[in-house]
Design a protein around this ligand. Sequence first.
Ligand SMILES: [Fe+2]
Ligand SMILES: [Fe+2]
Length: 265
Amino acid sequence: MKETRVKKHHNPVHRDLGKSKLFFPEELLSNNFKPTLSMKRTNAGSSGSSRLSSRSNSSNGRSQSNNGRSSNGSRSASSSSRKTQATSSGSASEDLEKVLKNTMKDIYYAEKQLVKALNKMSKAANNEELKEGFEQHREETEGHVEKLGQAFELLGMRAAGKNCPAMDGLIEEGAEAIEEYEKGPARDAALIVAAQKVEHYEIAAYGSMHAFAEVLGHDDCAQIFQEILDEESTTDEKLTMVAETVNQEAMDASETEDEEEMEEA
Ligand SMILES: [Fe+2]
Ligand SMILES: [Fe+2]
């Protein structure tokens, strides 16, 4: 039964928001777009993936990142509730279809920009593991562009992006890290912060797109979004692990600088 199936993906969006009426504005509720029972249950539940990291890099050391699920629900609606939505709330499902398609265009643009950005970030990084990580994720990101192309095709759409100012801003933060710091551990730490912000944006987008696709019955698309989501989550986890080394390198470098200054004085 689908209600008991455990989904692998997570979403950093606050998990408890799904329980809040605030997240389902009156217009949507009055338009028969109501969360199904299974969606509500999932939103209140814990993340289904044990391998996903709960820590993110932070300039202040470790901090807890929210591994809650998408506020749009990360669990599939049952086939019966899908049918109900498709038949009894035509306009609501059309609206949701539009939200899905617009989100796809947004992330398609973002992924294309990221291919170029990750190339620059790899060259700018000092730590070898980080360098290789950026390079590996650049290749994966090219795959994400291709997979999104397949999803557009499945929906009978031409693959096309639309400007995503949020992603432009996040990429700009990565560029600023390169400008502001010389090649070394501090720049690496700043690059990790920028990269994790990007991954969390992507995780939010793909988590929601997966939920939309499932509830709308686009199972093939949902599968594609889940595959991409898994790679984004793994990348986020790897960045957290590299951050532990990089942060220590940054601390060691500043201690050496302090000692040198004391010797000179
Ligand atoms: Fe991606
Ligand atoms: Fe990514």
